[in-house]
Design a protein around this ligand. Structure first.
Ligand SMILES: [Fe+2]
Length: 428
C-alpha cells in the first residue's frame, strides 16, 4: 500500500475519532446558543489563522478569540465554532484525511480547553483558569500534531524539525492567554461589537512596533532594499536568488511548515548566497580553473552571509531559519560539504531543501564557466547525486513536483514582457 495512502487512512481514523469524542463529551456540558455564535465564526474566518510575532515566537489569535465562546456559550459550542471557523480555502483543497484530522484536533482542543476553563474558574481564580485553559488548548492540539508527524516519520522513514514548532507554541502561551483575557472582558462589557472593534484595533497596533514585535512591514522594506543592492551589483546573482527562492518555497510547501515558519522561510530563501556580495567579481566570475585560494574565498560565502545577516532585526524563528539556510546550504548529505561538515539529518531541513533548489538552478543555468544542462540531463544528474550530495527524500519530493513547478515558473516568466528589466523580487 503506498505510504501516502496509509498516512491518509491514519489521519481519517484519528480525525473521525476526535470529532466523535468531541460530540459525545460536548453533549455532557452546558451550552447556550445565541446569534453571537455566528459572529464568532465570521470573526475566525476573517482572522484566517493570523498570528502574532513576538521575540520568542509566534502565537495564533484563535485561542484568544475562542475564550469568550468557551466561557459564555459552553465548551461544545466553542468546539463547533472552532471546527467551522478555523479553516481557510487552501485547506479545503487538501486531502480529506488532513481536513478531518484538523477539524477533529481543533474541535477537541477547544472542548477540553473550555471544560478546563469552567472547572478551574468555578473553584479558583479567573487568571489561573485562563492560563490552564490556554495551556490545555495548546497541549491537545500539539498532541495531535506530534502524533501525526511521528506516524509520518515512521511511514516515510524521514524526520523534520517539527519539535521546534511545538516548543515555539508553548513559549508563547502567556501572551496568548493575556490577549484572551482582554478579549474576554471586552466581550463582557461591550458585547460582540466591542470585541470586533478591539480585534481590529489590535490588528492595527500589531502592524506597529508593539509588545517588542519587530514589524513585518519594516523588515520586508529592509529586505527589498538589500535585494535592490544585489541587483545593482550583480543582476545574475539576483536572478539566481529569485529562482532558488521560488523553487525552495514550492518545495517547502510539501513539508507542512506552519504558516508562520513558511513565511519566514519564504523571506529567508532570498538570502542563501548573500555572502557572495562580499566577494570580488574577478573571483566570482572567473571563467577558468580557480586557484586554491580563490576556491577557499568562494567557499567562505556561507559564513560571510551569516555575519551579514546577524545584525538584521527579526524574530527568533526567522533568524534561526535564515541562519540555517545561509550557513548550511552547501552541506552535503554524506558529510563532505562545508562549512561545518554536517551529515544527513544533522543538516537543518530548510538547508536541505534550498540545497536541492540551488543545485537544480546551478545545473539548468548558463554560467561563464559552463553551459546549462537540458531538463532531462539535469534530472539524471539530480538522481546521480541523490543520497551523496543531496537528501534523497527531498530530491524525490522535488522530482514529484517538478512538472508543476516548471509550468508555474514559465507562466510567471511570461507575465514579464520581453525586454522589460526585471525588478528586484517583491515580497508579501
Ligand atoms: Fe551558495
Amino acid at each position: 500500500m503506498p505510504q501516502t495512502l496509509v498516512f491518509q487512512i491514519y489521519l481519517c481514523v484519528v480525525g473521525s475519532f476526535a470529532c466523535l469524542l468531541t460530540y459525545r463529551l460536548g453533549a455532557l456540558t452546558a451550552n447556550h446558543f445565541s446569534i453571537d455564535i455566528l459572529f464568532f465564526v465570521g470573526l475566525l474566518w476573517a482572522n484566517n489563522r493570523r498570528s502574532v510575532e513576538t521575540e520568542s515566537g509566534a502565537f495564533s489569535l484563535n485561542y484568544p478569540l475562542m475564550l469568550p465562546v468557551m466561557a459564555f456559550h459552553g465548551p461544545w459550542l466553542a468546539a463547533l465554532v472552532a471546527a467551522i471557523g478555523i479553516i481557510d480555502i487552501e485547506e479545503l483543497q487538501r486531502p480529506l484525511g488532513i481536513i478531518l484530522h484538523n477539524r477533529g484536533s481543533i474541535a477537541l482542543s477547544a472542548l477540553v480547553s473550555g471544560i478546563v476553563f469552567h472547572t478551574v474558574s468555578a473553584r479558583y481564580s479567573f487568571t489561573l483558569a485562563v492560563a490552564l485553559s490556554a495551556l490545555s488548548y495548546l497541549l491537545v492540539n500539539n498532541l495531535f500534531f506530534i502524533s501525526a508527524k511521528l506516524v509520518q516519520s515512521l511511514i516515510s522513514g524521514t524526520r523534520d524539525g517539527f519539535l521546534n514548532d511545538v516548543l515555539e507554541n508553548f513559549k508563547t502561551f502567556i501572551p496568548s492567554a493575556a490577549l484572551a483575557a482582554v478579549f474576554y472582558y471586552t466581550y463582557v462589557y461591550f458585547s460582540v461589537y466591542g470585541l470586533i472593534v478591539s480585534y481590529l484595533i489590535f490588528l492595527a497596533l500589531r502592524s506597529q512596533t508593539l509588545f517588542g514585535l519587530i514589524d513585518t512591514t519594516y523588515r520586508l522594506a529592509f529586505i527589498k532594499s538589500i535585494l535592490r543592492a544585489v541587483w545593482a551589483k550583480d543582476p545574475e546573482l539576483m536572478e539566481h536568488l529569485e529562482r532558488v527562492a521560488f523553487l525552495s518555497r514550492e518545495l517547502a510547501r510539501q513539508y507542512g511548515y506552519s504558516p508562520f515558519r513558511q513565511r519566514a522561510l519564504d523571506e529567508a530563501c532570498y538570502f542563501h548566497d548573500i555572502g557572495k556580495l562580499e566577494i570580488q567579481d574577478d573571483i566570482l566570475k572567473w571563467p577558468g580553473r580557480l586557484t586554491h585560494g580563490q576556491y577557499e574565498t568562494i567557499r567562505s560565502h556561507p559564513e560571510r552571509g551569516a555575519r551579514f545577516i546577524q545584525d538584521v532585526p527579526m524574530p527568533l524563528t526567522n533568524r534561526k531559519i535564515i541562519e540555517n539556510i545561509v550557513l548550511y546550504h552547501h552541506e552535503r548529505w554524506d558529510g563532505t560539504g562545508y562549512p561545518a561538515g554536517l551529515k544527513g539529518e544533522e543538516i537543518p531541513l530548510e538547508a536541505r531543501i534550498v540545497a536541492v533548489a540551488d543545485t537544480w538552478d546551478a545545473m539548468t543555468s548558463h554560467r561563464c564557466y559552463k553551459d546549462a544542462l537540458s531538463i532531462p540531463e539535469a534530472i539524471d544528474e539530480l538522481k546521480r547525486v541523490r543520497g551523496s550530495q543531496l537528501d534523497p527524500a527531498v530530491v524525490d519530493v522535488f522530482l514529484g513536483i517538478l512538472d508543476t513547478v516548471l509550468e508555474k515558473e514559465k507562466r510567471q516568466a511570461s507575465d514579464v514582457p520581453r525586454g522589460t528589466p526585471r525588478a528586484p523580487a517583491t515580497l508579501g
